[in-house]
Design a protein around this ligand. Sequence first.
Ligand SMILES: Nc1ncnc2c1ncn2[C@@H]1O[C@H](COP(=O)(O)OP(=O)(O)OP(=O)(O)O)[C@@H](O)[C@H]1O
Length: 731
Amino acid sequence: MTDETPAPAPLSETPPTRQRRLRLRRQEPIDDPGRAARELFGGRLVYDSGYTRHDDTWETITLRQMARSLPASLRKTVALAWSADRAAVLVVFGAELAEGIAGAFGLLAANSAMVELFAAGPTPDRVRASFPALLAIGLAAILGQIFAGISTIAAGRLEPKVERAADEELLRCTIRVELQHMESPEFAKLLDAARSGCDSARAMLGHAVGITGAVISLIAAGGVLTVLHPVLLPMLLLIVVPHAYGTLATSRRGYASRRAWRDNERMLDQISWYLTSQHAGQELRVHAAGDHLIDKFSALSDDSEREQVRLARATAATNWVAAAASGLATGATYVVLGWLLLTSRVPLATAGTAVLAIRSGSSGLRNVVQQAARLFAETLWFDDFRTACTEAEQHATPSGGLPVPGAPAVIDVRDVTFTYPDKATPALDKVNVTIPRGSVVALVGENGSGKSTLAKVIAAVYAPDSGAVTWDGVDVRDLDRDDVYAHVGLVTQEFVRFPFTSGYNIRIGRLPTARGTDGPQAPTDLPTYDNDPVFHHAIATANADTLLPDLPQGWNTLASRSFAGGVQLSGGQWQKLALARGVYRQAALLILDEPTAALDPAAEIAAYDKVRVLADAGHTVVLISHRMASTRRADQIVVLDRGRVVESGTWDELMALDGAFRRMFDIQARELQIPSPTTPPDGTSSCTPGPEVPDARRGARPVPTPRADAEPVSEAAGGLVPPTDPAEDLS
Ligand SMILES: Nc1ncnc2c1ncn2[C@@H]1O[C@H](COP(=O)(O)OP(=O)(O)OP(=O)(O)O)[C@@H](O)[C@H]1O
């Protein structure tokens, strides 16, 4: 470093940190994330998901807002519960009402008992006279508890039903949403929020029951007070209103603070997870980054502790103010009560009952405020759940349409243009590809050139903005989508590693319940892999039988180390399972998006050989690969560049063309020191010629002929009949 170069200011001395210390001293919430957070995460670690959608509700909610929204929230809860279990709703309401009435009855009995006890005469006589009233108090208390228990049982029956109904509704409507909409960031966030909304359905019920009970006991206490003396009723309000404000203020402050320190906790969780995980263990040790991260953990923990201390002090201060206000009101109430006593407006016994009623009433109202605030927040999440379901229905995969008579002889991509919603330039731009049955079409091109997008359009997962994908001349949009999907098998780059058994990870490609498939077992059967020829065909094709030595329970071994008895599979082993899943589907059109990226060289070569065998058996294969050599046995190679088809033709034709494909091949060949095929001046090469393609030039739309040697595909629901002896066919 030269003298002129200014030394970077130490992060700890930057202005935001000084400001932060001041804020801490003044007990204000920390809004500067601190040095460790900035260095590691670039600032606070805030979820960009729907789970934080209503985070500021508690901080902004007012008593008036809550009171206004309460009837609507209660209405929604009752409607939800009513649709789940009417009888349970009636029992809950009846039990809450009965509990409230028992409470009021108990207060009146207490009044009678006090009248007797404060009456003139010898003490034994007064006690004896008060006996029936004392019995009535006991009876009211017992009945109150019995009714509370009945309400709890009925609510316990109702709550899981409500939650399950919401969960299932969300799952059913989400699984039908078109992927294009599913991938939009806004819908993804709404869906996150909707998941919370399902939990909220249950919580809303709990709060609604709590509010009902509290309101009923409040009315009972208010009624008793009014009977004793009308002036006592406003006194009750005087006590509870400051309490209500205090409760709300404390909760709001607590929530705001927790929100601030929750970001901190999230950062701590992230660091501690990586410090203790096997996944990062190797790098952290070799790079000696562990101690550094522990220091950051310490710094963030300091911040977290400071924030929690600040919160405790602030909460105590708010509670003191609220309690002081409420205490003043209570004092005033007792002064009024004393005045009523002194002026003989109420007898001493009534004053005693009034004290009890005021206590029970004020606790009821406090309860109402707390529960109503929670109900308000939960209702927001629940509304998201409803919005998500409505939006999901609006963007559901259309049902109906023309039936797909069988495996298509030709799939045609015509002038297809497709732009992702958040992108300015199209991912596919006037793309034309013709895919005859029984052929292997390889899509190649640089990263981001549009290969996976084109595969999704071919699989009818995305609908083109313009142009069309046709199956035997019929636009896919006019076909029954479930029928179309019954003919498609997909092995994506990011195939799913389900935490199920390794066998089920394959079987999920073609479950008996799936429409259009004729799975080997009835849904109630336990999987028996031994006598499932399709399963054995799939594992042989994907070379997945090599996994068996690592599967202690065979195909019933759980493929997840997170659970007891589960195993950890390697990346390549998982890829074999995914490939087997795709083959097990027995689909007419098989899309393989980089299906061998994690395989060893021998397994990779075997996999490409099997792809050829599948095509020769009548499957149509769309293969995406970055390894140019792997496309050698494809019938057609389509080269994409920034969403456009720049070359297409057979291997020989593209090598002879000496364009983009040849350049990509030569780069890889140089790296691996593979001799490049010699291209004679007439443009033909020494490679085995593929089926004749009439026009192979830059950007041209080739029209390959359907393979004459392709075996007929079983027309039954798009499934291909497996070879009787897989080994025979695959050897
Ligand atoms: N879900 C998405 N949302 C927005 N843009 C996307 C999405 N998926 C892909 N893209 C963009 O579309 C373009 C084409 O992507 P695509 O995944 O089809 O390329 P690819 O050729 O398969 O790339 P790779 O070889 O890296 O797998 C890229 O610019 C990519 O950033």
